[in-house]
Design a protein. Sequence first.
Lengths: 251, 271
Amino acid sequence: MTEPESESGLPDWRVPLDQAIPILREAADSGNTAAQIDLSVRLRACTKASLRSAAEMDENDRRSIEDSNENERLTDETRRKLAAISQSRIDANAYTRSACEHLPQDLRVHWLDSLERAAESGSLDAKLTYAGAAVSEYDSIEAIVADVDEAIARRDKARAYLLDVLEAGDTRSLRDLSDAYSSAFPSVPHVFPPDAVKSYAYAYAGMLAGAITPATFDWMMANGGKPLDAERLAQAQAEGHRIYQRCCIKR
Amino acid sequence: MSEQPGSAPPPVIPVPRHSPAAAAAPTRPLDGRPFDERRRDLERRAMAGDGRAAGELGSILAKCNRFTAAPDDQIQQWVVDAVAVGMSVRDEGSDLAPEEILSRARLAQKQGARDCSGVSGLNQDDAREEALRWIEKGAALGDADAKAMYGELAFSQLKLRTALADAEDIRERKQRAIGYLQSSLAQGDALALLSLSSHYATGDLVPANAETSYAYLYAYSLTSRAADLVPEVLEWMLARGAAQLDGQSLQRARDEGARLAQCCSGTAGTP
């Protein structure tokens, strides 16, 4: 079997988990930063939060198949296609679940370690990935309460990494920083408290730097909660200019 | 348990929580007068430093807000209506069958009828927040029941959007909740056994452990305080906890429960 490879020569996302993990582990252990990132990203599918989310998706897919079967307005062909799509997701999740169960427990528990190693070695990709992935496990108040010390440690690291990336002049972090201060997604854990001015300012800086298109900027602001009044808007734009000049012009 | 978003608001169906402590923190029996008449008196006493009154207020507000005593056909209709508009109840990652929702709603109704005797028409949007304020006050004043209940309420109003950013506050609440549970147990309050069972089941304050959860629940069932729960509710909780254990673990948990029960002869109050 020919294994799909990414540009880095590592197994890409199409390679099943159980086949990809040993290859990524070996490369990660030898110091390959891309492999360190990929290893954590792939192992993330085995966290309790991801498995729970997959199980919920399965239920929705099963319900969707039942609904399609009862929907008389659908043709048999459409019904068959919809069922095939849902079933393929259920099968993929079942495969992942089984692969996760066969992985060493230690590896699953410490799924984030290799990403953190890559981030600590200075990889900006790793820092950005960490900032998004590390807190994803805290998808409920109960999860934060249960593991609050680790949650705080990851949050602080995520904050520092986002600012590190910006300090390095990488404008990709502007979108992430804007999102981190946004109120747009109330059911997702955020590493910063909601702050409409800062959210606007980082997004505005991102637009000035060309990292965020005007259309995306408009969408972000339209979905970011209550619009700013004129005074706060002026403050946010001035702050956005300052951020842009600091991060992006001097380089 | 969660409701499916995007559907019309369903009727309120009280369903026991997923943890074995389905009805953790039964309220103390009222003194015969309706809550409406007693509330001001309880508030006055609580403000004057009566921890028991504060704990009682918190408990009633937490358990009885929007509770309506209803006949069985009404409960059945609620469940039918709720399922018809697409409401689902999740437990341990799966949607419950309508029959199971009905069964739990009946249990919750029985327990509610006991807990909320004399309380009617309590309908406050901020009941959980006020309940937590009274429970905090009661616990600070030394009321053992309030201490046992604190961990059940301390996190219920937090929002996920801000929780991680404010996680230091969660850490403080968690430490306080654990301290209060230990203190409540030391005061000999059997309600702390029930709360601990719940926390060992969910794994929020302490690492999740089904055997330890059952041991605390079994211990609670051996105390006079177990009479606060409707027998069917306690049986359901014990059966549910036991179903997660093999024979050996179950026996071990019962032995441990018998030992734990020695802490608490029954109701404990403010020292």
